[in-house]
Design a protein around this ligand. Structure first.
Ligand SMILES: Nc1nc2c(ncn2[C@@H]2O[C@H](COP(=O)(O)OP(=O)(O)OP(=O)(O)O)[C@@H](O)[C@H]2O)c(=O)[nH]1
Ligand SMILES: [Mg+2]
Length: 371
């Protein structure tokens, strides 16, 4: 089997219903944020969000996630609205719950993790990221094989069905384990290559550009490098870590590495698979975090990024560029500025603030060289 991920284009009319389940100890603002983000993820995956709803529950039902009453209502909604997929804003759906729901509702049911894995599968461009995604998918499927019963072998495309070939999904655990170990071997080659090219670049100042997905990381590198990286108003436009040589001013030429965007609760399988790509960040001399000031969830996004960075246990200095100031309201922007006074504010799109950013980078690069 070829190492590439099997991609089945999603039909444009894949009509989806999103469900957020909130439990008594959960915070409504957080779950709203999560649901908004899930909408974006689902659109990125190519489906149409017909409706998004929030249901309150005392606890997650072990068989059906939701209660019997709502289940029946849902059945009617699925028929009336001609829904093709129900997407729960949950990270840990159990295979048996999915199977029960699918059998009862006669429609596909997936969780947030499948949506993210699906986007990664569709976006993987380089051979390395294709291997990384396939590994994440197989590791996700492996413990679930038994519980899913026959449903994984279903063909037809759509969220949650993209990934390693269907024939693969029908085969046994041993086959998958063998495939995973082959992919691991293949990945090692890329890691070796990475470490060699890192060694060859030891004398040039390196900046890793990190941040939440869609913050404008690639756009910023493009404008600084006068380059043409893949930019798109979608989540996870970039899955590979590209490095570009960027001439900032007569004093300083740097290497800037674009990295895969972070997101709240990035599936652990993906983090594990993309470890080497994410680790690129810790080999830089400086980390530049790009944030989208227009996001109503700026703080949550920064927390996510900070958590991911601290998981790397890097001691490299971190600088913040608050992007998209061109489309932020004055009042909102002032509030953000008072909260984060040390960040550089600007816009990769209009070029505002880039001079300041370049001076901050140059000044700190100079200091670091001296120390
Ligand atoms: N208004 C405005 N939009 C911007 C700015 N910078 C980037 N964008 C837009 O934001 C969207 C995402 O930009 P990208 O550069 O792809 O973001 P990214 O952080 O690389 O995203 P991922 O690769 O998905 O993690 C694109 O539509 C950009 O045109 C900016 O300064 N202002
Ligand atoms: Mg990008």
């Amino acid at each position: 089997m070829d190492a590439s991920v099997n991609r089945i284009p999603t039909s444009k009319d894949e009509r989806a219903l999103l469900i957020s389940v909130i439990l008594p100890r959960q915070n409504r603002t957080e779950s709203d944020y999560s649901l908004e983000e899930l909408k974006l993820l689902v659109k990125t995956a190519g489906a149409v969000v017909v409706e998004a709803m929030t249901v309150k529950r005392e606890k997650i039902d072990s068989a059906y996630i939701i209660g019997k009453g709502f289940l029946e209502k849902l059945k009617t909604i699925v028929e009336e609205k001609n829904l093709k997929v129900i997407i729960f804003d949950l990270d840990n759906t159990r295979p048996a719950q999915i199977r029960n729901l699918e059998e009862h509702l006669n429609c596909r049911v997936v969780g947030r993790t499948e949506v993210i894995l699906d986007i990664f599968a569709a976006r993987a461009r380089s051979a390395e990221s294709k291997i990384q995604v396939e590994m994440a998918q197989l590791n996700y499927i492996l413990p679930r094989l038994k519980g899913y019963g026959g449903i994984l072998s279903r063909t037809g495309g759509g969220i949650g069905t993209r990934g390693p070939g269907e024939t693969m999904l029908e085969t046994d655990r041993r086959h998958i384990l063998k495939r995973i170990s082959k992919l691991k071997e293949d990945l090692k080659k890329y890691e070796k290559h990475r470490s060699l090219s890192r060694k060859s670049r030891h004398d040039i100042f390196k900046i890793a550009v990190a941040g939440y997905t869609n913050a404008g990381k690639s756009t910023l590198i493009n404008v600084l490098a006068k380059d043409d990286l893949f930019v798109e108003d979608r989540l996870f436009a970039t899955l590979d870590s590209y490095t570009r040589k960027v001439y900032l001013n007569p004093e300083l030429t740097v290497l800037m590495t674009d990295t895969v965007g972070f997101i709240k609760n990035l599936p652990t399988n993906l983090i594990a698979s993309f470890k080497s790509t994410i680790e690129e960040i810790s080999y830089a001399d400086m980390i530049l975090v790009v944030s989208d000031v227009t996001s109503p969830y700026l703080e949550e996004q920064i927390t996510t990024v900070e958590n991911e960075l601290s998981a790397l246990s890097t001691d490299k200095p971190v600088f913040y560029f608050f992007n998209k100031c061109d489309s932020a309201g004055v009042e909102a922007l002032n509030m953000v500025k008072s909260e984060f006074p040390d960040a550089v504010y600007g816009s990769a799109l209009t070029g505002a603030g880039l001079d300041t950013l370049i001076s901050v980078i140059t000044e700190n690069a100079g200091k670091m060289k001296l120390s």
